[in-house]
Design a protein. Sequence first.
Length: 500
Amino acid sequence: QELDTPQLFGHPKGLFYLFFAELWERFSFYGMRALLMLYMTEEVYRSLVDRDDIAGTIYASYGGLAYATPVLGGMLADRLLGFRRAITIGGIFMALGHFVLAFENEVCFFMALALLIVGNGLFKPNISSFVGALYPTGDKRRDSGFTLFYMGINTGAFVAPLFCGWLGFSYGWHYGFGAAGIGMVAGLIVFRLGIANGIFGQHGFASDEEYLKNKFAGISIKRWVPIIAICIVPLVALIMYYGQIYIPLIGEVHYEGQVVEYIFYIILAVILAVIVSTMIQVSKAERQQLLVIVLLTMFMTMFWGGQELSGSTLTLFAFRNVDLVGMNASQTNSITALVIILLALPFSWMWVRLSKLRTNPYTPYKFGYGLLFLGASYAMFAWSGSFASELGKVPMWTFVAGYFLMSTGELFMSPVGLSKVTELAPAKVVSFMMGVWFLSSSFAFRIVGAVGKYLAVEGAAEDVDPMESLMIYTEGFESIAFLVVSGAAMVFVLAPLMKK
Ligand code: GLN
């Protein structure tokens, strides 16, 4: 097929614009994430005995919803808006979210999280699909394009915790959140520059641009979308907040996040219904393919369930029980990203090399290895307890080693999946399918929430005993390691069947 956009360094030039736009968007996302848990446990809910529990539930509800909205955002872009508009509106919402978070006030706090949730839904799946759209079908450069893109993601995720974490700890939380917002604005500017310079050719427009100009109640359809999205924000904020107005009836401030939980049951039921009804309609071969996708999604969910704890329980563990050298606890969030940046290219070379030798492992085996590495990382975190000082602090190298194993596991799974989605999904629903892919992260936050509760250390900020927290964490990590390795074993048992 002909290359229909300008090229640079052997890739579509648009890739580099999307690379930097996503880099800055992830800068904002992970800069904020690095501060969020500690901001809640050490500031907002500091004096509450169950602050870990509350903060962990809010973190899980936020993460779960932020990765659930991409299904809707993807669908909206496929059917109506096109990638360009969806990404722009999403970016504006996210930038607003970070800036609102810079205000110290509970209403602002939940409104900000809601803005980020809605914004991420419009931004994240569509920028990933946009990368895929720049490569013609069958283009061999697609995988390496996604490897580069994944490095962009992680460059943002690496720099942000270092910078926002430094600001947050040295000058105040709100400076850190504000910096995240500036990152998002930078991402938007890069993206709009790409559009202004015609870098994306004819890609990323709405499927029917004329239709968008139609008016409804005097306002064009394309204007209605941001208006409706704005109206949804307070609703999402209320959903997040609901757990807090529920408990005061019995006289306690508490956060359970039940509404979010119900929403997940509904999403799960809808998804299951769609899958089952599709399975009934298609041929046996397609049914089996679909089953493989469902199983892979489940394994991916398990992986993210362990991985996304890095922003919550593992950040608290770093704060309380790791003998940190040269960085504060929120800055430790950058370690996983650094490992990805270092290993992404070697991994992508390895896949190409193995393909040439015809020994590139079949995807389910890769997923098995990914989980095995995740299990090993938690085994390492658990084992680190045996090196603890009398103050209950484990050496920094053990923590870094654990994260090294975790991110190695991620490289077996995540970039492979992103590229496959854009390759296999029909163009008309590609962003929707990208959203479905991100649902694995969304459901993973159910696991993150449950583990967060289980590993919550009781006591207000002044009362935490590091010895007690060390025991809770290391025992918990041991159980996680055991569960994840069992999961990996199951994958290896099922893999030959899935291959068939
Ligand atoms: N770290 C990757 C990103 O931010 C993947 C995150 C996820 O899907 N949970 O894009």
